[in-house]
Structure formats: C-alpha cells, structure tokens
Design a protein around this ligand. Structure first.
Ligand code: NAP
Length: 306
C-alpha cells in the first residue's frame, strides 16, 4: 500500500474537528508536517507557513484548511513545488483563482482536489440516483444556522472573500448541484449585509432547474434548532434531505440516516485521485454563489458583532 506524506495548512476549527482525525484514521496518509501561524500539532514538524513547510519536510501532498481568501497563493506555492493539493470548500476566493490553480496543476502533472464535504453526507449518493430519471417540479433549500455557534469569532467570514452566509450556503449548493439531473441557474437574489461588513448574513435566491422553479433561503442568525434541508418535488413525489444531507426521506419510504463519514470519505477520495493520477475540480457550487453576487439586490442591515 502506498502511503502519502501529507502537510496540513491552517490549524483552525475544521482542521482540528475533522481533518486531523480523518488523516489519523486513513493508513494511506501520514501526517508529515503542519503549517500554522498560531496552531500547534504534537509529533510532527510545525512550520510558520506553507513555503517553509515545503522546503523543510519531504511531502507528497498538501491539504489546505485556511479561509478561502488567500488560499490561492498558498496552493500555488505547493503546486509549483510539485505537490498534490486538496482544498477545503470553497476552493478559492474567486473563480479565476481556481481556474489558474487547475491550469498549473495540469502543467505540473499533479492532482488538484476541490473538496465539497457535504457531498459525502450519507444520503447524497442515493438521492442523486433516485433523482436521475425524475421530472423535477420544484426545489426548496433552507440552510439556516447560528454563526456564533459554528464560526465563533471568525471575522474573516464576513470580510471580502469570506462568503458570509454563503460559507454554509455553498454546502447546500454543493449537494444540489450533485443530486439534480439538470443544471441550476440563479434568476434573482437578495442579500442582507450588516453595516460595515462585506459578507451577507442572509440571502434569498430564486432558482431554475430545467423547467422547474426553485428557491434557496440562507440565514446565519438562526438560534435554537438548526436547519439544513433540501426538498425536491418530482413527478414521483417529494425527496427530502435533512441535517445537511445525512438524513434521506424518499416518498413512501421510511427515513434513512447514517453516521457522519464526510471527512474520512473526502480523504479516501483524495487517496483514489492520487493513486490514479487524476484531478477533481468542480466549481459549480461556487459559480452559483458568484452568480448570486452578480445579480443580488443588496440591503444594509444593522451592524453585527460576534
Ligand atoms: P478557522 O477556525 O478560522 O481556521 C482557519 C485557520 O486558517 C486559522 O486558524 C488560521 O490558522 C489559518 N489562517 C490563515 N490565514 C488566515 C486568515 N487570513 N484569517 C484567518 N485565518 C487564517 O476557520 P475554519 O472554520 O477552520 O474554516 C476554514 C475553512 O474550512 C473554510 O474554508 C471553511 O469554509 C471550511 N469549513 C469550515 C467548517 C466549520 O464548521 N467551521 C466546516 C467545513 C468546512 P493559523 O494560525 O494556522 O494561521
């Protein structure tokens, strides 16, 4: 079995919650080094930045868990040095940045993987298969969570390039673009942007999928029970994915749920791509966010503090 020597960059919430355990649980990877300005991981060399890590430790691949703004330059350094690269979602701050990384990866003959963890949720592949031959009548996406609970103190998320409520919302769009049998379009959008911030705290999108209409509602200020639901009306009834894609209800069948394996499955996919020498670069969720930013009517709302 081939083992890949991996470097991890950006030791924040998702690196600690998900990446470090997933890497430790996959024998195809060996965590060989980390790069972080503030975080520390015991047992491996710790470097202050990506360039120092690549120079200091022999690595096959680098996985990036930094915020999307600024990630392009870090990933460019890794790819230019001949390293395979896995990117957290959203893969970069702009579409041009990810296109440039994909071109460089082709030139350097390395793997580039734009990961979308929500696509690995338990119900997604069954939902995709079930919808493949259905006529879509309506799509409803409700993604409402508490920014203070899931992103405590993450000022970057409301700064330019931070995506605001589209940081979680893009997870819903990554599932929708994976399961729907026809392309999605944004036809109109509104965004509520708090005074003095760049990123929206709420957004509404009108959607079209083939001949069907749809909508998406994203909210970052939901306290109490959290909502991560997608409903698709079809000629054969309504499919319902809830809890971020982990619970699937098909018409006439009982609810199916399974343990969260999103990040182990992401690293398994990265290992497959490395073994086969291929890349997986899909920007379709991010393109819809960009389209929403192009079309949106913006409303200023009251200032927000974490
Ligand atoms: P986070 O807790 O703020 O951690 C990000 C880390 O990146 C920071 O600890 C920081 O670590 C490093 N970093 C480098 N440049 C930075 C900059 N300019 N501003 C802030 N941090 C910088 O964020 P996170 O929640 O882990 O999210 C990181 C990425 O994972 C995002 O793309 C997010 O969408 C994605 N994600 C997050 C979650 C979640 O539940 N939070 C879930 C899935 C995916 P250093 O000290 O190492 O520099």
């Amino acid at each position: 079995m081939q083992r890949f020597r991996l470097g991890l960059v950006g030791i924040g919430k998702i690196a600690r919650d998900q990446h470090l355990p997933a890497i430790a649980g996959d024998r195809r990877f060996e965590l060989a080094a980390i790069a972080s300005r503030h975080g520390r991981v015991d047992g491996v060399p710790n470097y202050p930045d990506t360039a120092a890590m690549i120079t200091g430790t022999a690595l096959d691949a680098v996985s990036f868990c930094t915020p999307p703004e600024g990630r392009h330059e870090l990933a460019r350094i890794a790819i230019a040095a001949g390293k395979h690269v896995m990117l957290e979602k959203p893969p970069a701050a702009t579409l041009s940045e990810i296109e440039a990384l994909a071109a460089l990866a082709r030139e350097k003959n390395v793997t580039l993987f734009t990961s979308w963890h929500s696509r690995e949720a338990a119900g997604v592949s069954t939902a995709r298969a079930w919808l493949a031959n259905r006529e879509i009548k309506d799509v409803r996406i409700d993604w409402r969570e508490d920014i203070r609970r899931w992103h405590p103190g993450q000022e970057w998320i409301l700064a330019p390039g931070g995506f605001g409520v589209f940081d979680p919302g893009i997870n819903a769009l990554s599932i929708a673009t994976a399961i729907l049998p026809a392309p999605l379009f944004v036809t109109a959008a509104t965004m509520d942007v708090p005074a003095g911030r760049a990123g929206p705290l709420a957004a509404e999108m009108q959607l079209r999928c083939g001949n069907a209409k749809g909508r998406a509602s994203f909210d970052f200020l939901q306290t109490g029970p959290q909502t991560w639901d997608i409903e698709v009306d079809t000629d054969a009834g309504t499919l319902r994915l809830s809890l971020g894609g982990s619970v699937l209800q098909l018409p006439g069948e009982s609810e199916v749920t399974a343990a969260d394996q999103e990040y182990p499955r992401l690293y398994a996919r990265f290992a497959e791509l490395l073994a086969s020498g291929t890349s997986d670069v899909d920007v379709s969720p991010m393109r819809l966010v960009a389209d929403a930013f192009l079309l949106a009517e913006r409303r200023e709302t009251e200032a927000f503090k974490f």
